[in-house]
Ligand binder design. Structure first.
Ligand code: GLA
Length: 372
């Protein structure tokens, strides 16, 4: 694009196929990086300032490298400041530079635009400083930025998938060990369709943090009777045996976590064996649990998932990401794709009054760096 810049760096948005709200409980999750990404064009500028511009905004923001802590409340530029600060605090070099942002991950969609921005910012800063890219470290630092600068006490899934995603593969990410395995995304006659319910979402941060605290309460209680270090260590049998120790909502949250962890195992095996019908069934079960036990869906996501699930060409559908708005993913027969899209969009509009948005996205590499 712009020859004035030295590098183009990208980091991806993501979907999560299954394993929702269990990354912060030490569970295994099953995300994949998307071709929707955040691109940064960058060049060093020889100053002690980072100048930020956007392709889609008139704003320009300057960050002073020795005052990065002070930018938490910026409307634009806070994620960048948080990412640069985390990188700097970890002992890395942050050089003055000009950065132009071009993000195709829709904001507030549950597809991790913030992780894409944080990860690409660190990769860009590392690239102009000629530092080695350790993608696990970068993901962990990007997660710190999200926690401190966006106020979401998030798990590692989004930043890790954004950094480590691989074209046409999903990751089985072990959030306790922070390691991953790639699984080829062989969907045969089916396609994954991503649909945004387009409900303006709010209070996501506070509700997210509240759910997380509820799982921590469950862990504290169950640790006293089971030898576990995180909720994901608990087997369904152990949960059933001890669930009466937990109060109403906390019990339901823990039930979701335990059975969702189990579904990830089954889903990964089903994908490896090519049993897509079973994978679809697990997606439906995951959505029901997020709706009834974890209570993070909302009526728009429920209407969208229900419209998809009832279509004859769809074998499974669920919300993806934090919830409270955002996107669903659906497994749909390729031969019926157009019918499916038309019917679901119509039914969703009739039920909720919102127009949904369907994305054309591929499963892509997490990070790319190109010398311009
Ligand atoms: C958000 C968080 C992730 C994860 C998901 C829910 O995307 O950033 O860490 O907890 O919600 O699975």
């Amino acid at each position: 694009m712009d020859k004035k810049y030295d590098y183009k760096v990208t980091a991806a948005g993501r979907i999560n196929i299954i394993g929702e709200h269990i990354d912060y409980c030490g569970g295994k999750v099953f995300p994949a990086a998307l071709s929707l990404n955040n691109a940064i064009y960058i060049r060093p500028n020889g100053t002690d300032k980072i100048n930020l511009k956007w392709t889609t905004l008139p704003d320009e923001v300057t960050l002073e490298i020795d005052k990065l802590e002070s930018y938490k409340n910026l409307k634009y530029g806070n994620y960048q400041a948080g990412a640069a600060l985390a990188w700097k605090r970890a002992g890395h070099k942050v050089l003055g530079c000009d950065m132009l942002y071009d993000c195709t991950v829709p904001f507030g969609s549950g597809l991790s635009s913030s992780a894409a921005i944080e990860v690409s910012t660190i990769v860009a800063l590392a690239t102009i400083a000629c530092e080695r890219l350790d993608l696990k470290e970068i993901a962990l630092l990007a997660q710190q930025a999200e926690r401190e600068f966006a106020g979401v006490n998030c798990g590692i899934m989004d930043q890790y998938a954004s950094a480590n995603g691989k074209k046409n593969h999903a990751l089985i990410l072990d959030c306790k060990a922070v390691t991953h395995e790639y699984v080829p995304l062989n969907l045969g006659d089916y396609a994954l369709v991503i649909i945004n319910c387009n409900k303006p979402h709010n209070l996501v941060e506070s509700k997210y943090n509240e759910r997380r605290a509820e799982t921590e309460t469950a862990l504290e209680i169950l640790k006293k009777v089971c030898d576990i270090s995180c909720l994901a260590d608990l087997t369904p049998a152990q949960f059933e045996k001890h669930k009466n120790l937990l109060g109403g909502k906390v019990r339901e949250r823990a039930e979701h976590v335990v059975y969702e962890c189990n579904r990830v195992k089954l889903a990964a095996d089903a994908m490896k064996r090519g049993d897509l019908v079973l994978l679809g069934k697990l997606l439906n079960e995951s959505h029901a649990s997020l709706r009834d036990k974890y209570e993070v869906t909302g009526k728009e996501l429920d209407a969208l998932a229900a419209a998809a699930q009832s279509h004859p060409d769809c074998i499974g559908s669920r919300m993806t990401g934090a919830g409270f708005g955002g996107c669903t993913i659906s497994l749909v027969k390729r031969s019926g794709l157009e019918r499916f899209k038309t019917a679901v969009a119509r039914e969703y509009r009739d039920k909720t009054g919102y127009d949904c948005k369907i994305y054309d996205a591929e499963i892509a590499d997490g990070v790319t760096v190109t010398k311009l």
